[in-house]
Design a binder for this molecule. Structure first.
Ligand SMILES: NC(=O)c1ccc[n+]([C@@H]2O[C@H](COP(=O)([O-])OP(=O)(O)OC[C@H]3O[C@@H](n4cnc5c(N)ncnc54)[C@H](OP(=O)(O)O)[C@@H]3O)[C@@H](O)[C@H]2O)c1
Length: 334
């Protein structure tokens, strides 16, 4: 019997907050792979703030999703059929498989995962998420023992790892997260020195109290008001790691840049540096090995939030922006 591919298409480009109404579910027969292609059964789909950024009409570091196209998404799956000797049925691969049960795509567009790895870790702490935290903090942020590191979206996928790595680097670590429970969890379970509920108001006073010696590294996942506040508390020669801008991904028009740029940047000799994790992929194997060691020794905790069912992808993406997740948000597709 012909296999069916269930998939989510972009129905309409959102202008403000993304919602389930912007997607359309359909079913088509599974496509067999041609020469140089593989057919991959999706198993785990990563939900990321960037999914929303890819729905804007202008391309980001990758092309924008077009209406009636399968929603783009990073996923891990199992090769079912192969038209190329480099991959065989049963191999586990990751790549832009999209929001669908099956993807037929060129072999060159997938990455073969090492055997025996927990697929949730492959999508989280040992995948893009962990590598983003690792290279962003250590290479771009360059924290030194005794310095103060602040991270926003601290309870999320990248932030929860940044905070733990910064503690391991001997820093005082302050996280920003939504709600008192998430903040308690960051302090009690993940070892943050202080977690600030950024929704509770009076952000500047709370950040000042949490950083009596100022901020040396601000790992910025969100942009917006938190970046604006952090800028005023930066120490001379401080580093701002520009990782993401998620407070603006659903904005109809991005908020104007923060006050103090360039004034504070000049006076305090700050470095604000953006990066994309793939910039560092020539050193991916060494970083994966370091993260694997930390995980195995129990010095690093992997946190995953799993939702079952491809059909829940749009609603779960909305919940990501409402702060539902602790750690890496994943959809278990099969
Ligand atoms: N540069 C790169 O190569 C690269 C690679 C991967 C990811 N990123 C970026 O890294 C950032 C974090 O990604 P992630 O996958 O780890 O996502 P995430 O933090 O797991 O998920 C989003 C979290 O952000 C918080 N949040 C939502 N809206 C917010 C707002 N307006 N202000 C402050 N916090 C808000 C929510 O938690 P609360 O409960 O705290 O609100 C939510 O749980 C994103 O900006 C993403 O685009 C960059």
């Amino acid at each position: 019997m012909a296999r069916t591919n269930r998939r989510w298409l972009l129905a309409e480009r959102p202008t403000g907050m993304v919602g389930p109404e912007h997607f359309r579910f359909d079913q088509v027969p599974v496509e067999s792979p041609g020469p140089g292609q593989v057919l991959v059964r999706s198993l785990w789909l990563s939900l990321d703030p960037a999914n929303r950024a890819w729905l804007a009409p202008t391309p980001t570091y990758k092309s924008a999703v077009q209406p009636d196209e399968v929603m783009h998404g990073f996923a891990l799956g199992r090769v079912e059929e192969s038209g190329d000797p480099r991959l065989a049925p049963g191999d586990i691969v990751s790549g832009m498989l999209g929001w669908q049960d099956y993807a037929t795509l060129p072999v060159a567009e997938v990455h073969k995962e090492p055997a025996g790895r927990d697929p949730r870790h492959a999508m989280g702490v040992l995948g893009v998420t962990g590598l983003t935290a690792y290279f962003g903090l250590l290479e771009v942020g360059q924290p030194k023992v005794g310095e103060t590191v602040v991270v926003s979206a601290a309870g999320g996928a990248v932030g929860s790892i940044v905070g733990q790595l910064a503690k391991l680097a001997g820093c005082r670590v302050v996280g920003l997260a939504g709600g008192p429970e998430k903040c308690r969890w960051l302090e009690q379970e993940l070892g943050f020195d202080v977690a600030i509920d950024y929704r509770a108001g009076n952000l500047r006073r709370a950040m000042k109290a949490a950083c009596p010696d100022g901020i040396d590294v601000y790992f910025d996942n969100v942009g917006g008001d938190i970046l604006a506040t952090a800028l005023f508390l930066m120490n001379e020669r401080g580093r701002i790691v520009a990782c993401g801008n998620l407070s603006q991904y659903n904005a109809e028009r991005p908020a104007p840049g923060p006050m103090g740029v360039p004034g504070l940047v000049v006076v305090k000799r700050l470095r604000i540096e953006g990066f994309i994790v793939t910039d560092y992929y020539d050193r991916r194997a060494a970083a994966e090995a370091a993260l694997t060691r930390l995980l195995a020794s129990g010095q690093l905790k992997a946190v995953e939030d799993v939702v079952e069912g491809l059909e829940k992808a749009p609603a779960t993406l909305v919940e990501l922006f409402q702060g539902r997740n602790r750690g890496k948000l994943l959809i278990k597709v099969a």
